[in-house]
Design a protein around this ligand. Structure first.
Ligand SMILES: CSCCC(=O)C(=O)COP(=O)(O)O
Ligand SMILES: [Mg+2]
Length: 221
């Protein structure tokens, strides 16, 4: 038994379409109004400054939204986009517009690990604010108590770099960690940091037929 299980979200716990269709479609029309209404929020101001810096765009909200939509269309998991999406989704979950759904094997597995004493954490490109709201509003109720830590590209770093996994390991205070993800490049980075890895190859998902190389592979948790 491993001391820690760290989990990816999209493609591992929940269908990719739930993120790329349901959540992205919810965020798309709300990005501009959110930027305009919350410009005084330091998190929003910093995200807007990062969008300008990364894109080179220095126009108004409409131009920023065009950049953000372009990143969403290409599914580029750029940190300021994830920050803004996370704030919008947080509101959406709180107001009952959104409910998180999982593959059928996921909640039983989370509960089983937790009951056995395996500690659980999440590492997703989705912002920590978005992650917490997601697990607080699921078809199985509030699951936040199952998780000890949430990591994203802000507090850990990019998911395809070993340094991010070394940073998480130092926060967890352990080297006995198993990472579950649907993306081989993320598993390679975790393995480089000394983690155990499990590829989640779910039929019908974008990485369902991917080559997971040396990583143990499962089709359910
Ligand atoms: C409310 S969580 C949304 C997850 C998200 O935005 C995302 O991009 C998922 O990426 P992952 O790293 O979990 O594959
Ligand atoms: Mg994923």
């Amino acid at each position: 038994m491993t001391e820690w299980v760290v989990l990816d979200i999209e493609g591992t716990l929940s269908a990719t379409d739930q993120v790329l269709v349901t959540l992205y479609d919810y965020a798309r029309p709300r990005l501009g109004p959110w930027i305009d209404a919350h410009g005084d929020d330091p998190a929003v101001a910093e995200a807007v400054a990062q969008v300008r810096e990364l894109s080179g765009v220095d126009g108004g909200t409409d131009e920023l939204v065009r950049v953000l939509h372009g990143w969403m269309d290409a599914d580029q998991k750029v940190t300021p986009l994830k920050t803004l999406q996370g704030l919008i989704w947080q509101r959406g979950y709180a107001e009952g517009d959104l409910v998180a759904e999982f593959f059928p094997d996921v909640v039983p597995a989370l509960r089983r690990w937790h009951a056995e004493g395996t500690k659980l954490a999440v590492f997703s490109s989705g912002s920590v604010a978005g992650q917490v709201a997601f697990f607080a509003h699921t078809t199985d109720g509030d699951l936040t108590s199952l998780f000890e830590f949430h990591f994203d590209t802000v507090n850990a770093g990019p998911k395809r770099e070993a340094g991010s996994y070394l940073k998480i390991a130092s926060v967890l205070g352990s080297s006995d960690i198993t990472f579950y993800s649907d993306v081989p490049a993320e598993l390679h980075a975790a393995a480089e940091a000394g983690w155990q890895t499990v590829g989640v190859a779910r039929p019908g998902e974008p990485y369902g037929d991917a080559d997971f190389g040396p990583h143990r592979t499962v089709d359910a948790l």
